[in-house]
Design a protein around this ligand. Structure first.
Ligand code: GLU
Length: 550
């Protein structure tokens, strides 16, 4: 079934890297378009100029492309709906504002923030709720000019009709907001920029968006958008609000979790007197008041993500992965992350869990999206990543590993492609890329870097009157004569010794492993020795034998 009139969009604000919740919205819009032969549009919503972060737009584009999501129209590829950056569309928003004002759907207001706060406090004290009281008569343009002249902030508010608003949601069904629930919300701010509500409605209409798939946290915005669409006389797209993404403990997954982890780390350190608030100020460059408010959890916004990261590094606190880029840096492959994200709040039916992007496109339907929140189960993500990493072809893993290594400044990334491919294959069964370093990294480091794990030495070498050391001597002698330093041949040498001495495999291979790697963990024994080469193998065995009697 192909429907070229379907146009869906993903509309992130450039406030940082792409969050996994945002990635899920992007993915579902993308899948829906690809499933039905529609067009997928990417639009950058950057009208909230105080929240914009320089460079964030490019990061979001990169995060999406890393996941394998592409778009038919957008800021970097153009298209009939250009420009795809809201900041380049001020004229359109102003035209909409003028139309709404001229037709009596909007009016000027000029309260200062302090006056609004006082009104809110008074209303809350008297009746428990605040709704902006619509003035009667409504201010005119001349009043707005006068207010501006005396330095008052002039905004434009929407004259919200007093009627029930029912929106139809493709997932949740009809959702009604009773008359009077909405007040006259601001559509143009004092700085002349439209609020999100006006901009999103103007752009969805301008770009002929037919379907809006977005997170449920926007559900209560949708009645506002529908009322604005009616007032502007434009078509209302079909809406589908996607279930929220929760942490496994039931809290909402958000970048706040990063603040939470680092705040806890800072509080613990302050308690243990290894940190002072002054030092937090030095590390972050924030003033004392901001530090105090941040620590007391008055406001996360007191510290930027960069400042929080600086503190995390200093305190050695691990922050939970929240953004797509966090998972990339932690060593997940995009295929797995995308697969996992697709399953938060959607299922293809049956027991199917592992899906390629093409399979997702084939299976996608709005009917199979859940109404209730999805859980972000990190254990499951690890399992899915392991599955994908077991099956992906080596060249693809090589490419992804090198990307991960570059991001983490990991020395293994500098190996030549053939060796690195062999390392990756020898470590298959790994969950995430750092596991490869844990398992095989030491084989590519200088011999002096081998740290012998005491317990492992005791168990595999020293026990039973140094049986392991004795075996190691035999191994050294056998290996010293080997010319064909290949996996098969070296495996055969070990096996022969097992047979000749009537030992178990572990009694021969494990002392050797500990001798060359410091711990009883490494790839297959023949492969381990091949990665090391003959000289290093014999050198490490020699160094290990020196531990005898130590
Ligand atoms: N810019 C909004 C956000 O990032 C978009 C919401 C929408 O899809 O309408 O949440």
């Amino acid at each position: 079934m192909s429907d070229s009139t379907i146009r869906a969009r993903f509309a992130p604000s450039p406030t940082g890297h792409l969050h996994v919740g945002g990635a899920r919205s992007a993915l579902f819009n993308f899948l829906y378009c690809r499933r039905h032969g529609g067009k997928f549009v990417l639009r950058i919503e950057d009208t909230d100029i105080e929240r914009n972060i320089a460079g964030a737009e490019q990061k979001i584009l990169d995060d999406l492309r890393w996941l394998g999501i592409d778009w038919d129209e957008g800021p970097d590829v153009g298209g009939p709906g250009a420009p795809y950056m809201q900041s380049a569309c001020l004229d359109q928003y102003h035209a909409a504002r003028d139309k709404l004002l001229a037709e009596g759907h909007a009016y000027y207001a000029f309260e200062t923030a302090e006056e609004l706060n006082a009104m809110r406090e008074q209303a809350q004290a008297e009746s428990g709720g605040f709704k902006y009281p619509r003035p009667d008569p409504l201010p005119l343009a001349a009043d707005a000019d006068k207010a501006r002249a005396v330095g008052r902030p002039v905004v434009v508010r929407f004259k919200t009709p007093t009627e029930d608003v029912t929106i139809h949601d493709e997932i949740l069904g009809d959702v009604t907001l009773a008359a009077g629930e909405l007040d006259d919300f601001v559509i143009v701010k004092a700085n002349g920029w439209p609020t999100y509500h006006l901009a999103v409605v103007v752009d969805d209409a301008r770009m002929q968006v037919s379907h809006v798939l977005r997170a449920q946290e926007h559900l209560m915005n949708t009645p506002k958008h529908v009322l604005l669409q009616r007032a502007l006389d434009v078509t209302t797209p079909k809406y589908a609000h996607l279930p929220l993404v929760f942490n496994i403990d039931g809290s909402k997954m958000s970048k706040r979790d990063k603040h939470k982890a680092v705040r806890q780390g800072a509080k613990d350190a302050i308690k243990q007197k290894t940190l002072t608030k002054e030092r937090v100020g030095e590390i972050t460059g924030a003033d004392a008041k901001a530090v105090e408010r941040w620590i007391k959890k008055k406001a996360d916004t007191e510290l930027s993500m960069e400042q929080v990261v600086a503190l995390a590094v200093e305190l050695n606190v691990e922050m939970p992965e929240i953004d797509v880029f966090d998972f990339r840096r932690s060593g997940y492959v995009p295929e797995a992350l995308l697969n996992f994200i697709a399953l938060i709040g959607w299922s293809p039916g049956g027991d199917r869990e592992k899906l390629t992007l093409d399979e997702m496109i084939e299976a996608f339907s709005l009917e199979r999206i859940n109404k209730t929140a999805g859980r972000f189960d990190r254990e499951k993500l690890l399992a899915i990543n392991l599955d994908w990493c077991s099956e992906l072809p080596t060249p693809r893993l090589l490419e992804q590993f090198k990307d991960w290594a570059a991001l983490n400044d990991c020395f293994l990334g500098k190996l030549d492609d053939d060796t690195l491919s062999a390392v990756i294959d020898a470590c298959r069964g790994f969950k995430i890329f750092p596991d490869i370093v844990t398992k095989a990294g030491i084989l590519f480091e200088p011999d002096e870097r081998v740290v012998y794990d005491e317990k492992a030495v005791k168990k595999n070498l020293a026990k039973n009157d140094g049986a392991g050391f004795a075996m190691l001597e035999q191994l050294r002698d056998a290996l010293a004569t080997v010319d064909d330093w290949s996996v098969d041949h070296l495996d055969a040498v070990v096996k022969n010794l097992v047979e000749a001495t009537g030992s178990k495999m572990g009694d021969v291979a494990q002392p050797l492993r500990v001798a060359v790697a410091g711990r009883p963990v490494s790839p297959g024994i023949g492969q381990t020795l091949v990665f090391l080469g003959k000289d290093k193998t014999l050198n490490r065995i020699g160094r290990c034998l020196e531990l005898r009697g130590a």
